[in-house]
Design a binder for this molecule. Structure first.
Ligand code: ADP
Length: 404
């Protein structure tokens, strides 16, 4: 059974065609710069990568190009788009309505639209992917899988902000947490690797990519996470500031007569590693510049690691002890330097990294990088959000067919 997994962003669509029986990736890729003349389709299949400019004025045209390359008579991995049994979509924000994945129907689409208000930067684009598939393969079942759902177990005292309670009641303003699909994968995978049931593990997962978060997972359930009402809270990220004093935007709005959209852009797109380093949002570039002696790049790295260390240390308290700290996503999986800096000087909490094992782990490997004497084990596990979305899609489809 082949399941197409889609992650539709504002100007990009990432895709993966999975064979769910043996959990393999048949083909994957992405289209970037949708709606511009520079739209590019990158496609990987059978160990070969192609990169070509395409015309994609909107998401529907972009996804039609993805279907075209998947079904190409010469090189396509499938003969016909009807071989796709279902499409699973990554949806950033499920609000309070969606605490589980769901099969797309009119009611689900309506509820997704109701979430636009609390996730204006993400959900409308995610939904474009659903609408495109409705146009291009009208008969295929579609499933939505939420980045917020894994965090449904965070208790009220942890998810509420100390604003007047009626603000939560009126506007559903609370911590939701994100990267839940990745957290689910890491929890299940760590349990497989260690052969310890997730219900017996206390884990701190550090998902460090362009977006970054730390999550405390107690006996298989999320109990605390660094992202909040939106993915802006918490760690320092590529272009997002993470935690700041909430008075700062108000102060700036009055001092510089900024509009809401200016502040959105400042906090979400001009801050974080990019804002501090004034060089790039990309950690690889910042590390390179730091090695060359650039002081702002060094500062950005120090700030990034310090913030992560603060969260990890406090989550050890939240969990009343921790068994495993896991590093995942682009920076977490590939950067020995960042892992070493975050884990340094934590021996009083029972954390010691094995520098040799750490330095050898530069991508694609599942490795225990903790020193023998470390009470808390430190692992690197590459995340795989697509497979979680494919599994959820299959599970819902099977349930639906059985009910019929
Ligand atoms: P996204 O959140 O967009 O899925 P990724 O998980 O792909 O992001 O992570 C992207 C980040 O990972 C970028 O900051 C990139 O520079 C960083 N990264 C990738 N490879 C390395 C590496 N070898 N060393 C340090 N950082 C890396």
């Amino acid at each position: 059974m082949k399941i197409l997994v889609l992650n539709s962003g504002s100007s990009s669509v990432k895709y993966e065609l999975c064979n769910i029986e043996n959990e393999t990736c048949l083909a994957e890729g992405q289209i970037e710069a949708i709606g511009t003349e520079g739209a590019i389709l990158e496609h990987s299949q059978d160990g070969k990568k192609t990169k070509n400019p395409i015309l994609a004025k909107d998401h529907t045209e972009a996804i039609s190009k993805i279907l075209k390359i998947l079904t190409s008579p010469e090189t396509g991995i499938i003969k016909n788009k009807n071989e796709i049994a279902a499409v699973g979509h990554r949806i950033v924000h499920g609000g309070e309505y969606f605490t589980e994945s769901a099969i797309v129907n009119e009611n689900v689409k309506k509820k997704l639209e109701e979430c636009y208000d609390i996730a204006p930067l993400h959900n409308p684009h995610n939904v474009k992917g659903i609408l495109a598939i409705e146009t291009l393969i009208p008969s295929v079942p579609q499933v939505v899988v939420f980045d917020t759902a894994f965090h449904k177990t965070i208790p009220e005292y942890a998810f509420l902000y100390a604003l007047p309670y009626k603000i939560y009641q009126q506007y559903s303003i609370r911590k939701y947490g994100f990267h839940g699909i990745s957290n689910q994968y890491i929890t299940e995978r760590l349990s497989e690797v260690t052969k310890i049931p997730a219900t017996k593990l206390k884990i701190i997962n550090c998902h460090l990519g362009n977006g970054a978060s730390v999550t405390a997972i107690k006996y298989g359930k999320s109990v605390e996470t660094s992202m909040g009402f939106t993915p802006l809270e918490g760690l320092i990220m590529g272009t997002r500031c993470g935690d700041i004093d909430p008075s700062i935007p108000l102060h700036l709005m009055s001092r510089e007569s900024l509009k809401t959209s200016d502040v959105q852009s400042l906090l979400n797109r001009q801050s974080g590693l990019l804002g501090i380093s004034q060089i790039s949002s990309d950690m690889r570039t910042i590390i390179k510049k730091s090695d060359e002696g650039n002081e702002k790049a060094m500062l950005a790295i120090e700030m990034f690691c310090y913030r992560a260390k603060k969260y990890i240390s406090s989550y050890i308290g939240v969990l009343n002890g921790c068994d495993y700290i896991v590093f995942s996503a682009g920076i977490g999986e590939r950067s020995p330097l960042i892992r070493r800096k975050i884990m340094s000087d934590l021996d009083s909490l029972g954390i010691t990294i094995d520098e040799e094992k750490n330095s050898k782990c530069i991508g694609g490997c599942e490795t225990d990088i903790s020193d023998k004497k470390s009470k808390i084990k430190i692992y690197v596990i590459p995340t795989n959000e697509a497979i979680v979305i494919a599994r959820e899609t299959k599970k819902l489809l099977d349930n639906f067919t059985q009910k019929k």
